[in-house]
Ligand binder design. Structure first.
Ligand code: 6R9
Length: 662
């Protein structure tokens, strides 16, 4: 289905979010001390490159850059050309050298209640030890390391250790299956994997190392596995390959001289779902990425390094964790909270308890968690002292006005700004968000591109739409933290992101958006076949591929159906093979097996909420599945227009069969 076909339906579903019109002006107290003011917009418009050069100058460069932007190889940009820097030095050492070694970098809290406070000086020692360990394993700049770890300090330390020696990290979310891990290890030809014996999940230890072992069976490129002891469960160590972190890293010197790397030296790869089955390894480089990570963190979160306690409750396995737990905050010498566990372990007030105890002042979460808190009840935030908070953030999916207002009232006490931040793995850092202290915020709107960033909402042919109209979100000027392409497939980025508006030279984000009457931007969700489940991107095709890889399935179609809590939920329609009675004549048994199968193939986050066994699927004459109609079924709506179906009776057959099955 082309984005255009899909697009109009998205507008239909999200029309209700456009109702709310009340705005919330910042308090004078916030405004006068804010890191940003209105003049930043004009400054950036007058001299974009000069503006970005100024932001880059906030970092410490070993060799200054001579050219701000080289766009001659568009759409692959080079930023801060000629400059050399060390990303880890910028995030750690320079703060220690400036006399802030005793400042806490991470207030880490484990799920079972254990905790560690790690100062910048301690972080410098740990990162240096880990860097020395990776060097001893024979890694050289440009090599790849895969990291699959729970939310423990070693995740941050490993990432920074890679950055310090110019090794490219690829962090794989702890919930991904051995198959997904293996695909990422192979794609990047990783030489080392860093993992842990296990991870705490909802109060109990779950295995991790054994998943890695399964993933790495016969993996050709991996020479060593470093294993952090976290849960104390017995694990199998492969002689000659596996090493305990506490022994091998622990035994290294804490002295390590950080050398500088080219501004365009690769920093990391992070895989994300696109419209095709295979996740894409999104590549980010050093100087431009760090510049925009630090700048956006400074102006959007208004961080004051001497006084704030900042908490971004994402996982480091996602881009939000990379940019707003590791690189942005640490480059800005932030004191932050890092929490290992799930929000309801050991109880549903856990986040609020942490905010109260550590006096968190800036709190950044996803709408799905806000909606979960709403479900758990207002009494929970009320039971804690949340007055230390002075700024709230939201990321990952459109925030519906109800959730925004609840967040504002119940967590923000009705007194503090909320920044709704729109961005993507590919953009590397925040692109659209209100500036706190500057903007009067609107519940549900991300509002305006940040100073230095330029976006537009355009129609089918790339012409900007009028205020009050909807269209496609595009980015019309290069930005420092933009992806430098897809790992191992340099031509694919052009096709995936730039071909849709090739003539205009626009980056197409895959999202629909709308200008309101004031010209503020409202995000309307994906217009392609990418689902957003609890803020995680999963492609319909990825789940379909997993389903059809099961022997019982002949064909599968997957849709993202609106869900009160998770934003979208995965609903799958499957046609079973003719001989699938051989497995069972009970659909429930097959459905349960398929659920398990998808979890095993991709990971529990991709497990469908519902799987419906159907006799056929609605297809257009060109053979494309009409997901729009299936979404109508999944969301219990009247079935829409079936005129373009190859077989116009298909939907009737499907609904009748579902009725008779239930
Ligand atoms: C940072 C992150 C990117 C996709 C993006 C969009 C959705 C993210 C949003 C938002 C509306 C926001 N998205 N933030 N939609 N409002 N504030 O989430 O990156 O995992 O790559 O997802 O998420 O659809 O295209 P990533």
């Amino acid at each position: 289905m082309t984005p255009a076909q899909n697009f109009n339906e998205e507008i239909f579903v999200t029309e209700e979010v456009l109702q709310s019109s009340h705005t919330y002006a910042p308090s004078d107290a916030f405004r006068v001390t804010a890191n940003a003011d209105e003049s930043l917009y004009a400054e950036a418009t007058d001299d974009r490159e000069g503006f970005w050069a100024k932001q880059a100058a906030e970092l410490t460069w070993a060799t200054p850059f001579d050219t701000v932007l080289d766009w001659s190889g568009a759409p692959t940009a080079r930023w801060f050309v000629g400059g050399r820097l060390n990303v880890a030095y910028n995030c750690v050492d320079r703060h220690v050298e400036a006399g802030f070694g005793s400042q806490v970098a991470l207030h880490w809290i484990g799920e079972p209640g254990d905790s560690r406070d790690i100062t910048y000086a301690m972080l410098k020692d740990e990162v240096s030890r880990a860097a020395n360990a990776l060097l001893e394993l024979g890694l050289v700049a440009g090599d790849r390391v895969v990291i699959q770890l729970p939310m423990i300090p070693e995740a941050v330390i490993s990432m920074l250790a890679c950055a310090r020696i110019g090794v490219v990290h690829s962090v794989v979310f702890g919930g991904f299956s051995p198959a997904a891990l293996r695909a990422r290890v192979d794609d990047a030809a990783a030489k080392v994997v860093i993992t842990s014996d296990g991870q705490y999940r909802r109060g109990a230890p779950a295995p991790m190392k054994s998943n890695v072992d399964e993933a790495l069976a016969e993996a050709e490129t991996v020479e060593h596995v470093l294993v952090v002891r976290r849960v104390g469960e017995p694990v199998e160590m492969t002689e000659g390959r596996d090493l305990w972190w506490h022994e091998f890293v622990g035994g290294q010197s804490s002295e390590h001289e950080a050398e500088s790397f080219d501004s365009e030296h690769p920093l990391f790869i992070l895989y994300t779902s696109g419209t095709t089955g295979k996740p894409k390894g999104i590549l980010h480089t050093s100087g431009g990425y760090l510049t925009q990570a630090a700048y956006t963190h400074r102006v959007v979160f208004d961080v004051k390094p001497d006084t704030d306690v900042y908490w971004c409750a994402a996982d480091v396995g996602w881009i939000t964790g990379h940019t707003y737990i590791v690189y942005g905050p640490l480059a800005n010498r932030t004191t932050q909270v890092m929490y290992e566990g799930t929000p309801n372990t050991p109880h549903e007030g856990r986040h609020f308890e942490i905010i109260e105890r550590l006096k968190v002042s800036i709190y950044y979460i996803a709408p799905t968690l806000i909606r979960t808190f709403m479900k758990w009840g207002d009494h929970l935030p009320k039971a804690y002292d949340l007055t230390s908070l002075r700024l709230l953030g939201s990321v990952g999916e459109p925030i519906n006005p109800e959730a925004w207002l609840w967040y504002h009232e119940n967590i923000g006490g009705g007194r503090i700004p909320i920044v709704d931040t729109w961005w993507q793995t590919e953009t590397g850092a925040i692109m659209i968000a209100p500036l706190p202290g500057v903007a009067a915020t609107k519940p549900g709107a991300a509002q305006r591109a940040l100073p230095g960033i330029s976006v537009k909402v355009v129609d089918e042919v790339g012409a900007e739409v009028a205020y009050g109209e909807s269209g496609y979100l595009v980015i019309d000027q290069p930005w420092p933290s933009m992806t430098r392409g897809i790992w191992g497939d340099p031509d694919r980025a052009q096709e995936v992101y730039w071909d849709r508006f090739k003539e205009q030279g626009y980056y197409f984000a895959g999202d629909g958006a709308r200008y309101d009457e004031d010209g503020d931007i409202w995000l309307l969700g994906r217009v392609d076949d990418v689902m957003n489940v609890s803020g995680h991107r999963i492609s319909t095709i990825e789940v379909e591929s997993a389903l059809v890889s099961h022997l019982a399935v002949a064909e599968a179609a997957v849709v993202g159906a609106s869900d009160e809590t998770t934003g979208q939920a995965i609903v799958a329609f499957v046609i079973l093979r003719g001989d699938s009675e051989a497995f069972s004549d009970d659909n429930d048994v097959i459905v349960a097996a398929l659920m398990k199968h998808v979890s095993a193939e991709i990971g529990p986050i991709a497990r469908p909420k519902r799987i419906l066994v159907v006799p056929e699927l609605p297809k257009t004459r060109s053979g494309k599945i009409m997901r729009r109609l299936l979404r109508d079924v999944a969301e219990n709506r009247t079935i829409g227009d079936t005129a373009t179906l190859a077989d116009t009776t298909a939907m009737r057959v499907i609904t009748e069969s579902l009725r008779s099955n239930s």
